[in-house]
Design a protein around this ligand. Structure first.
Ligand code: G16
Length: 548
């Protein structure tokens, strides 16, 4: 493409997607995320970048997902998906941020600079898959994404409303046809097909029952489960709530993030004591479970629980298949409940590593194991299997002793049911249901494996959240001066106390996490630390109150 063709980049920007705001925007934990009305030029420019990225990757397909995931309806966002279905390579985040923030007048020259910097061959073909969530602002932004792709002569393909993990899956399949068919139907065939296969090998028994209630967060995940439900032939009896009708608002008082953070059941779901409920987030990439007991207490089974359930089952299958030479490992973040980490290392004897928040960090760390399980406590996670592991399991499924073959075949179905590209609420739901069924257990029995330390999460608004920097996988903060010392002093006065603070990469807040021996102490510890953040990091509005 001759440099003169870049004129069209400016023309599209000026005529259709002008930059109307000077607010600086940064590629954060999961792409750009802010109020939807500040995003159109950003999304257009990411369309340009996706084409450049595709060409740097020799024409392989890149994904663009329009979503603000767990955020409320007025927000939106965009993130890029790399050819293997994983998050955009981190070294490109700075490039994305630069392109998003230049003026329209500088857009053409900055685009040219980036093309040169990354050495993109602009004569190559470029392909970009675009998906969006259910927000009313998403279609307009998806159109801006397409225009960005067209401006640099790439080929956009719009998937309409899909879950974020479906888009990741389709990108991966488009670039590697051994993984599956790059369509929504292909996704159902693979994941739901594997679930049905496994159900034939593992009939329902024990305390497990097939009824599952689901909170769809009024987003896309519930809608897709409604399609899947019709093909389940009674293998799972889904009761779906919060599907987006009846005035229900996206992620408002419902969905995985609300349930996890507020530790309250969502509105809009019928609650039957001891009935397990799966709660999804707005774009279907997170899942937590919970139930309400006969005294109306909500009991949460979060991402840590799902991770431990997966680790214990995969360990059992590896033993039965006599494949224990494959190295299984688990990846968590600082938000992981201390009790879960203890259980994994001491009881399951599986190695654990702790990394920074953001699936991009977890995914990367999980790849260092033959089989890597990663989960954030907020319900975002999956399992990745190395080629070595897949080959070994495949060989055992053909040549092993009868019992080993059986376990290896189950593992192969399990692998097929997993969306390895990214955390996926729908795939995770089928994995969890499979394990509960295989173990013949109900939610109360699932809960018995370990006892969570009581914990609390709070948000504090400050003038500039980037004034907080952290180290040691976000467990300690290095600025502003004095804050970590203050946190240490506060924590030392609590039994089993632990607390950390970090700037969110998806909302304009500082997050505070605290755990302690009782709920009362965890609540008080979180509030004390929130006040320290407010005092030392430029709090805005009302100083957080201590619980009464
Ligand atoms: C995104 C990321 C997650 C992260 C979450 C919260 O989730 O994909 O890895 O845990 O944001 O991040 P932060 O605390 O930085 O705001 P989602 O579901 O919103 O895409």
């Amino acid at each position: 493409m001759p440099p003169s063709s870049l004129r069209v980049v400016y023309a599209f920007a000026r005529e259709m997607h002008p930059k109307t705001s000077d607010v600086f925007i940064q590629y954060g934990t999961a792409g750009f995320r802010t109020k939807a009305n500040l995003l159109e030029h950003v999304v257009y420019r990411m369309g340009l970048l996706a084409v450049i990225r595709s060409r740097v990757k020799n024409g392989r397909t890149i994904g663009m997902m329009i979503t603000a995931s767990h955020n409320l309806e007025p927000d939106n966002g965009v993130k890029l998906v790399d050819p293997d279905g994983e998050m955009l390579e981190q070294s490109w985040e700075e490039i994305a941020t630069r392109l998003a923030n230049v003026s329209d007048n500088d857009l053409e020259s900055t685009t040219a600079e980036i093309i040169k910097q990354v050495n993109a061959d602009m004569s190559l073909k470029a392909s970009v898959f675009i998906g969006m969530d259910t927000r009313y602002t998403s279609p307009r932004l998806a159109a801006a994404a397409s225009n960005g792709v067209i401006a640099l002569k790439g080929t956009p393909k719009e998937f309409g409303i899909v879950t974020t993990p479906m888009l990741h899956y389709c990108v991966k399949c488009r670039n590697d046809n051994t993984y599956g068919t790059p369509t929504e139907e292909g996704y159902y065939e693979k994941i739901v097909g594997a679930f049905k296969n496994i159900r034939q090998k593992l009939p329902v028994y024990g305390e497990y029952n097939t009824t599952l209630y689901v909170d769809g967060a009024n987003g896309v995940g519930g809608k897709k489960l409604n399609i899947i439900k019709k093909s389940l032939d009674g293998e799972l009896d889904l009761h779906l709530y919060n599907l987006g009708g009846n005035g229900g608002k996206l992620n408002l008082n419902c969905g995985a993030d609300f349930v996890k953070v507020s530790q309250k059941p969502p509105v809009g779901v019928e609650h039957v004591p001891f009935q397990r409920v799966a709660s999804l987030d707005g774009d279907g990439d997170r899942i937590v479970y919970y139930y309400v007991d006969d005294k109306d207490n909500m009991i949460l089974l979060d991402g840590d629980r799902i991770a431990t359930l997966l680790a214990s089952y995969v360990t059992e299958l590896l033993k039965s298949a006599d494949a224990t030479d494959l190295k299984l490992g688990l990846v968590q973040t600082a938000y992981a409940n201390g009790a879960s980490t203890r259980y994994i290392t001491e009881e399951l004897k599986v190695p654990v590593s702790c990394v920074k928040t953001g699936v991009k960090h977890l995914h990367h760390a999980a790849l260092s194991f033959d089989i890597g399980i990663y989960f954030e406590a907020n319900g975002h996670g999956t399992v990745v299997y190395s080629e070595k592991a897949k080959k070994a399991i495949n060989n055992i499924s053909k040549d092993g002793e009868p019992e080993q073959r059986k376990a290896a075949q189950l593992l192969l179905n399990f692998i097929d049911m997993t969306n390895e590209t990214v955390g996926d609420a729908i795939s995770d739901l089928f994995l969890v249901e499979t394990i509960l069924c295989a173990k013949g257990i109900n939610v109360k029995q699932w809960l018995q494996t370990y006892t969570d330390l009581p914990n609390r999460q709070l948000k504090v608004t400050v003038k500039d959240r980037n004034a907080i920097s952290t180290t040691d996988a976000e467990r300690r903060c290095t600025s502003p001066e004095g804050l970590q010392t203050r946190i240490d002093e506060i924590v030392s006065t609590y039994k089993s106390g632990r607390s950390f603070v970090r700037p969110s990469g998806t909302e304009d807040v500082v997050r505070v996490y605290a755990e302690a021996d009782t709920q009362e102490s965890a609540d008080k510890l979180a509030a004390e630390v929130a006040r320290a953040v407010f005092d030392l990091a430029g709090g805005v509005g009302t100083r957080p109150e201590l619980p009464t």
